[in-house]
Design a protein around this ligand. Structure first.
Ligand code: ZN
Length: 416
């Protein structure tokens, strides 16, 4: 089935057009989930999908499903997609490529008059990034039964607004209870967000699974006092303790090859130049393919935190708010991606995803796999993030072929 080809120009035009919604002066996108800008890009997506003859439904977590009918209406659709929200200083490709490439793949099918066996759906998952509402991938998490709807809807951003209220405000709380939507399979195209494909000159990453991840909230409580009159020995400086802990997180990760540990969010209170910080809140992100390594890092951090707390006379509370075990992808879906790359004459490399993705949760309830394309210097979650037109097109082509391959497998299974 090599005759169906996606249109690289059309895909690129869509990427550049949607990049204007929340576009930043440095060429990135700031399109935080459930904001007015998110509503705008959702409207864009809905309009385009409807024009292709899709029926767009929305569940009560704001997940969008643009469905194109197949020969059999009684079989759950094959889904393909990703997310349209971005980090505060995000790039043009993270997430967006997966949704727009899926749209382009569907457009290619419609224009060719190709009728699939199963229905096909383009999916936009809500709040993949977790930048505004923690944790990340919250809506695909509810979809997979990892979180309850009510718990997720009650998550608040740092200003106190809840996910549920924000979803309501932009008009994207649909009637369908999240998680009741069945899928025959799910394919997600994404930029690699790492350096391997580019460094090895490979076109396509065949993603066989996602590594284990954990998030922690840390609150350090000291005492806010006058910066001019409080002698150094009498201070209980919460930020000093936090600074030392940040180093501990880094050291714990460096001890294990392949492991990563990051503090990317930190808030200092009361936040005045002449006040010794009395309270600091920060978050830790740790990842490794092996959960035992994460246990080891967690224990090392906790033990050193106790020492730092005693030394500086502060209290340190560390709370694990999110744990994801390693998630292997489905063998048939992986085979479909591999075959798709082969028929398209692309070079491939098997890989484990270092980043979390919606597909990792969806994989718990439907056979899933991911396709990676290279991105320049492995840079992502950054306004400089870049994949070329050709790289984006290669990913979209493999996505299309993988879905068709899987559709053929389904047709055989159901005896057409
Ligand atoms: Zn992403």
């Amino acid at each position: 089935m090599k005759n169906l080809s996606i249109d690289p120009e059309r895909l690129w035009d869509d990427l550049m057009e949607t990049a204007k919604i929340g576009g930043t002066p440095k060429g990135g996108i700031c399109r935080l989930t459930l904001t007015e800008l998110d509503r705008e890009v959702r409207d864009w997506f809905k309009t385009r999908a409807t024009a292709l003859g899709c029926t767009v439904t929305v569940d009560d977590m704001g997940n969008m499903f643009a469905r194109s009918a197949g020969q059999r209406a009684d079989i759950p659709p094959i889904g393909m997609g990703s997310h349209l929200d971005t980090q505060p200083t995000g790039g043009k490709f993270d997430g967006t490529l997966g949704v727009l490439a899926a749209l382009e793949a569907l457009r290619t099918l419609r224009e060719a008059g190709y009728e699939t066996f199963a229905p096909i759906e383009v999916i936009n998952w809500t709040n993949e990034e977790g930048a505004r509402f923690a944790p990340a991938m919250i809506a695909s998490g509810v979809f997979a039964g990892v979180f309850t709807h009510d718990w997720a809807a009650a998550r608040a951003d740092r200003s106190g607004e809840t996910f549920g209220a924000a979803l309501e405000k932009i008009g994207y709380r649909g009637p369908e209870p999240c998680g009741q939507h069945k899928l025959s399979a799910f394919f997600e195209l994404h930029i690699e967000q790492g350096p391997y494909l580019e460094a090895e000159g490979k076109d396509i990453g065949v993603v066989t699974g996602v590594q284990a991840m954990r998030w922690y909230e840390v609150t350090v409580t000291g005492q806010d006092t006058h910066a001019g009159t409080t002698p150094m020995p009498r201070r209980h400086d919460a930020l000093l303790a936090a600074a030392r802990l940040v180093q501990v997180v880094n050291a714990a990760a460096c001890k294990h090859p392949g492991a990563v540990g990051t503090v990317g969010l930190l808030e200092v209170k009361p936040g005045a130049p002449n006040v010794v910080p009395g309270e600091v809140f920060f978050m830790i992100d740790m990842r490794d393919p092996d959960p035992a390594v994460l246990d080891n890092m967690e224990n090392a951090i906790a033990a050193t935190a106790d020492k730092i707390a005693a030394e500086l006379g502060v209290a340190i509370a560390i709370k694990n708010i999110w744990s994801q075990p390693p998630q292997p992808f489905d063998a048939d879906c992986i085979a479909a991606v591999r075959e798709a790359a082969r028929v398209s004459d692309f070079t491939t490399r098997d890989m484990i995803s270092g980043a979390g993705h919606d597909a990792a949760y969806v994989a718990r309830v439907a056979p899933s796999a991911m396709i990676f394309v290279p991105c320049k210097d492995g840079i992502s979650h950054n306004e400089a993030e870049y994949s070329s037109k050709e790289q984006c097109a290669a990913g979209a082509q493999v996505l299309l072929q993988a879905v068709l391959d899987y559709d053929r497998r389904l047709a055989e299974r159901y005896g057409r």
